[in-house]
Design a protein around this ligand. Structure first.
Ligand code: LLP
Length: 463
């Protein structure tokens, strides 16, 4: 088994992951924390989130369990909104990129904080509508939208972010009354993130090639039913550098000057999302406030240079809003020690509830929720329960001594975990609870085996 530096053990308890209590600079930006803002260690040495003891939550709701802290999510929404109000002299709107976690409760919370919602499919759109979000605050994305998806958006008065020529032509054919569209353009901005989550470089499947702008704008200007209110670009996700997002407004404003030559009624520019969050101690993303300030200043400067009035400024954060607000609680089960090599500890979930480690080699941190102050004495590999060797949640996790039945909490699992969850190996998807001020409410029921076979059909001759 790998051993860890014993001098480090003293200080390295669950305490190290708690949010900073130094509020001299105001409330910390949730995306710079490893645990949700409400996280505490209680008198039973257990992790508490939203005033709820995590071990008790697992006893009550089962495991794996997504635990979503309402305070952290609402704080992040307000920090985005307030920062735009502070740094941008024009109008602004923050859209929650709901692909990060789309469900009724999360859409309702984002909307109640005054955010619009970015949806990328009929399913996400339907969910947001069912959550009560008004259509005029919904923006439909997607690089291959179906006619049915477009029709659902049109019926509900949503804005459609048009991605390509086929979509533009389809809309021109089906719209008999003016519909609100934006055009998604590839900005040609590189950023350093995993290649699967980079979208702004020219060789991307998303958006119109900027070399074809004249043709696109000319086409739109000849179709009065295409009411083009804005331009959109998104450069990628989990970005820590500030410069790419500061460069983006200049690129969009250049495109805008071109669009004005075609008399397009553009009032909105959308800079997408992409601000990163902290998954490990070495991750150092800018705060929400710094990120918004950078974008706003760059937009004001670009507009001044081109002598254009300030557009309505939209942004579309997903990960930095919801990611830090959630943890996943698992129950520890079997273990295997291979002398001189490693110890595997297995949890009761894995790649089906968090496919990010196997997909992007993402690194997470974990604590044992019922032993928060115990010294860290072992380095283990945390394995999922799927029939796949690559189903490893965390390599070399430093933990206290553990026993089967202990509750392991993986931090920072709000973004792209539930939304990318699967039923691989026919595992029912976990439940999710919303915690706040000592109350826990179910926002996603745990799937049952009946749910797992709900859509199976057995032809009679096979029975
Ligand atoms: N807007 C557009 C057009 C996007 O494509 C995305 C993310 C966002 C906004 C939100 O970006 P965020 O603020 O969350 O970085 N599954 C991957 C992430 C894929 C991101 C896709 N697009 C992951 O787990 O890392």
């Amino acid at each position: 088994m790998l051993s860890i530096d014993s001098t480090a053990v003293q200080n390295q308890t669950g305490q190290q992951y708690l949010p900073s209590t130094d509020h001299t600079q105001g409330v910390r930006s949730p995306n710079q924390e490893l645990l949700p803002l409400s996280a505490k260690i209680n008198s039973h040495d257990c992790l508490e989130i939203g005033g709820c003891d995590v071990k008790t939550l697992v006893e009550q709701f089962g495991s794996p369990l997504y635990i979503l802290d309402e305070e952290t999510l609402r704080t992040a929404c307000r920090q985005y909104r307030d920062a735009f109000a502070q740094y941008y002299p024009g109008e602004s709107l923050v859209l929650y990129a709901s692909k990060a976690w789309n469900c009724l409760a999360v859409c309702a919370i984002a909307a109640s904080e005054g955010l619009g919602i970015d949806v990328v499919s009929g399913g996400e759109l339907y969910t947001a509508l069912q959550a009560g979000v008004p259509g005029n605050k919904l923006y439909l994305h997607g690089n291959n939208k179906s006619i049915a998806e477009l029709a659902l958006a049109i019926e509900n008065n949503c804005t459609i972010v048009v991605d390509n020529w086929l979509e533009l032509e389809t809309l021109a054919n089906i719209a008999d009354e003016p519909i609100r569209i934006m055009l998604r353009l590839t900005p040609g901005i590189e950023c350093h993130t995993h290649e699967y989550i980079r979208t702004g470089h020219l060789d991307s499947k998303f958006g119109f090639d900027p070399n074809t702008l004249d043709e696109v704008f000319a086409f739109v200007s000849q179709h009065p039913t295409l009411n083009c209110i804005g331009l959109h670009a998104h450069i990628g996700s989990q970005i820590f550098e500030s410069q790419p997002h500061k460069d983006l407004p200049g690129v969009l404003v250049d495109y805008l000057t071109k669009a004005y030559r075609y008399d397009l009624p553009i009032q909105e520019l959308n800079v997408g999302g992409g601000l990163g969050m902290r998954y490990t101690e070495s991750d150092d993303p800018p705060s929400i406030d710094e990120w918004v300030k950078g974008v706003c200043e760059a937009m004001v400067k670009a507009c001044e240079e081109q002598q254009l009035p300030l557009p309505r400024l939209l942004s579309e954060p997903g990960r930095s809003l919801i990611g830090p607000a959630c943890v996943t609680a698992y129950t520890l089960g079997s273990y295997k020690t291979i002398p001189e090599i490693r110890t595997y500890l297995a949890v009761d979930g894995g790649m089906s509830d968090n496919p990010r480690p196997i997909t992007y080699q993402s690194v997470y941190r974990a604590v044992v929720a019922n032993r928060m102050s115990a010294p860290l004495t072992q380095t283990v590999t945390l394995a999922g329960k799927h029939c796949e060797s690559g189903d490893i949640l965390i390599k070399n996790a430093t933990l206290p001594e553990t026993e089967p039945g202990d509750v392991l909490v993986v931090m920072g699992t709000g973004a792209y975990n539930y939304s990318m969850a699967s039923n691989y190996n026919r595992l029912p998807r976990p439940a999710a609870v919303l915690v706040n001020a000592g109350e826990a409410e179910l926002i996603l029921e745990r799937e049952t085996y009946q749910d797992v076979i709900r859509l199976d059909r057995l032809p009679k001759r096979l029975v």
